[in-house]
Design a protein around this ligand. Structure first.
Ligand code: NAI
Ligand code: OAA
Length: 347
């Protein structure tokens, strides 16, 4: 059957892109693998990662349609070489030597579904991909996009523990889209330029577990409690807003690809030793009593360098945090239980 495609980019384009951050001699070689690369998120994410000058090798894996995506993206005259891999028998090659693995593989929601309704299908997909990661690139950073993130990250952790390769500093649930949404919605209400806005979002990545901290937003604006409540709810329901607008044709793909590319870029900068790279992410954590929690994380050469404190919360946010805990706890336990119910051994 398949088929792998290798395309070299022109050296002049490579030179001009690299000049932004590094000389071409000093920029490290970084292989990035995208699992689920032919999907709604995977395709635009592949495009955006092809535009990232920190990537030297872009490995696109899916169970279908990867040759076309790789051929298409591979014609773009930027630094990275692109290779497409399709089917389980090519997964090892796709992963070998990867520094960063981004996982948007799995089914998306339809109207009326919760993210947790995706658990039964996506848990199995994530499990198999993580078993292969443990074998073929155990030291890579993992950016988990597949939903329900609140459970798929604990599933990945259990797989890596079982394989004896777990490093909590290298496993990230991607919650950047919540931050992107919070910034956009806040800028609209606060009437400030969106490019200047920063808003931490903590907790997890589903409904009320998504907790934007508008009390820490910059620049600060004098918004009423009603507006802050509405902004919080819109951020929590942002995914559902897109699912309903797409009316059965999937969930957020373009904004997610943008958010995923932002987070991957931050991880690569951290790996390359760029100082003070801070992003929110769902990681193993001790800042609350929950074993996984999203908060600001400082990224470094080995992944997470520091999980930052939550900082001062408003009374409204303190209440929101208490509401996060039982739902997040049960999603984490569901992922761990899945891995201890015989699912680990059935590959
Ligand atoms: N973390 C976040 O903020 C967000 C997460 N998501 C989640 O991302 C996931 C993907 O969403 P879409 O791209 O819209 O779905 P999609 O259905 O368009 O694409 C999924 C891709 O995964 C592939 N796939 C399925 N099983 C696979 C396997 N075993 N190995 C490799 N590839 C496999 C499919 O062939 C398909 O190309 C969903 O679970 C969705 O809920 C979506 C938006 C935001
Ligand atoms: O809502 C969904 O199902 C997809 C997602 O996670 C998001 O858009 O935040």
């Amino acid at each position: 059957m398949f088929r792998s495609i290798l395309v070299r980019s022109s050296s002049s384009a490579k030179q001009s892109l690299l000049r932004r951050n590094f000389s071409s001699e000093s920029v490290p070689q970084r292989k990035v693998a995208i699992l689920g690369a032919a999907g709604g998120i995977g395709q635009p994410l592949s495009l955006l990662m092809k535009l990232n000058p920190l990537v030297s090798s872009l490995s696109l894996f899916d169970i279908a349609n990867t040759p076309g995506v790789a051929a298409d993206v591979g014609h773009i005259n930027t630094r990275s070489e692109v290779a497409g891999y399709m089917g389980d028998e090519e997964l090892a090659k796709a992963l070998k030597g990867a520094d960063l693995v981004i996982i948007p593989a799995g089914v998306p929601r339809k109207p009326g579904m919760t993210r947790d309704d995706l658990f039964n299908i996506n848990a199995g997909i994530v499990k198999n991909l993580c078993i292969a990661i443990a074998e073929h690139c155990p030291h890579a950073l993992i950016n988990m996009i597949s939903n329900p993130v609140n459970s798929t990250v604990p599933i990945a952790a259990e797989i890596f523990k079982k394989a004896g390769v777990y490093d909590e500093k290298k496993l990230f649930g991607v919650t950047t889209l919540d931050v992107v949404r919070a910034k956009t919605f806040y800028a609209g209400k606060a009437n400030v330029p969106v490019a200047e806005v920063n808003v931490p979002v903590i907790g997890g990545h589903a409904g009320i577990t998504i907790l934007p901290l508008f009390s820490q937003a910059t620049p600060q604006a004098n918004l009423s409690d009603d507006v802050l409540t509405a902004l919080t709810k819109r951020t929590q329901d942002g995914g559902t807003e897109v699912v309903e607008a797409k009316a059965g044709k999937g969930s957020a793909t373009l904004s997610m690809a943008y958010a995923g590319a932002l987070f991957a870029d931050a991880c690569l900068k951290g790996l390359n030793g760029v100082p003070d790279v801070v992003e929110c992410s769902y990681v193993q954590s001790t800042i609350t009593e929950l074993p996984f929690f999203a908060s600001k994380v400082r990224l470094g050469k080995n992944g997470t360098e520091e999980v930052l404190d939550l900082g001062p919360l408003s009374d409204f946010e303190k209440q929101g945090l208490e509401a996060v805990k039982p739902e997040l706890k049960s999603s984490i336990e569901k992922g761990v239980k899945f891995m201890h119910s015989g699912a680990l051994m059935c590959r």
